[in-house]
Design a protein around this ligand. Structure first.
Ligand SMILES: CCCCCCCCCCCCCCCC(=O)OC[C@@H](O)COP(=O)(O)O
Length: 238
């Protein structure tokens, strides 16, 4: 595909969201040339604030890739929001159920149609005390290895200054919405034989590589050192 479609609903949402983001902060984005690709691709981003999906979608939307965001299905039940999510082609995920995998079918169809699928591989806001990415679910690698679509790591930072994880209300201080987009993560050696499913080891290793890329980029924009090992919910028992 040459040009992705910006549906009227998507333009409407952007018309509301962009001025709101302009008020909340300035933007500092780099590596966005990695988003200029005609074929379908997966954008994988860290998730530390409820504002992130908007800040991240903004980067993609402004770079020719209005994203199909994989988002929790509960949001489709919020009055008024459901119609907007449907009309802009977002993809519902029924987390913690067997239907969670259905979302990957929808995501794969979007990739085949040349769309950009935005996924937050951690599946929820990070529980790391310093908001570094934590050990992720393997859905991102499953989607990448079964579709063959490239995975573009996208580190983003700045939203937590306005809305940290536990905050009930946003602060009124302006922030800088930073984003650093990387080159595709090399997963070629992990690809299954045609017709076969990726192995659990390939899924774990692919996910680890994708999160490592995001974390390295995030360390660059934060100018800080991430923990040697990412926070692991299973080990922490949360
Ligand atoms: C300029 C263009 C802007 C376009 C914006 C597109 C609008 C769609 C907004 C969709 C919001 C999608 C949220 C996606 C990620 C998601 O669903 O993560 C779950 C978390 O949150 C935390 O939830 P929880 O685990 O329940 O605390």
């Amino acid at each position: 595909m040459t040009q992705r479609r910006y549906s009227p609903t998507y333009r409407f949402i952007a018309g509301v969201v962009k001025p709101f983001l302009w008020l909340m902060g300035r933007k500092r984005w780099s590596g966005t040339e990695n988003l200029h690709r005609p074929e379908g691709f997966i954008a994988a981003a860290n998730h530390a604030s409820l504002l992130d999906p908007l800040a991240t979608a903004h980067v993609l939307y402004n770079n020719g890739a209005p994203p199909r965001i994989m988002a929790k299905a509960e949001l489709w039940k919020v009055f008024g929001l459901g119609a907007l999510l449907r009309g802009s082609g977002q993809i519902p995920v029924e987390r913690r159920t067997r239907q969670a995998a259905d979302s990957l079918v929808a995501a794969q169809a979007a990739l085949e149609a040349g769309e950009c699928v935005l996924i937050f591989p951690e599946g929820t806001l990070t529980l790391d005390p310093n908001a570094w990415p934590m050990v992720a679910h393997t859905g991102v690698a499953r989607l990448a290895l079964t579709s063959g679509a490239p995975v573009i790591p996208l580190a983003q930072w700045g939203s937590t200054a306005i809305l940290p994880r536990k905050a009930k209300f946003p602060t009124l201080r302006r922030t800088t919405f930073q984003a650093l987009v990387g080159e595709p993560v090399d997963l070629t050696d992990l690809r299954p034989q045609p017709g076969a499913q990726p192995t659990p080891e390939a899924l774990a290793e692919g996910t680890r590589r994708i999160m490592a890329a995001i974390t390295t980029q995030l360390a660059q924009i934060r100018g800080e050192t991430p923990p040697a090992e990412p926070f692991d919910r299973r080990k922490a028992g949360v």
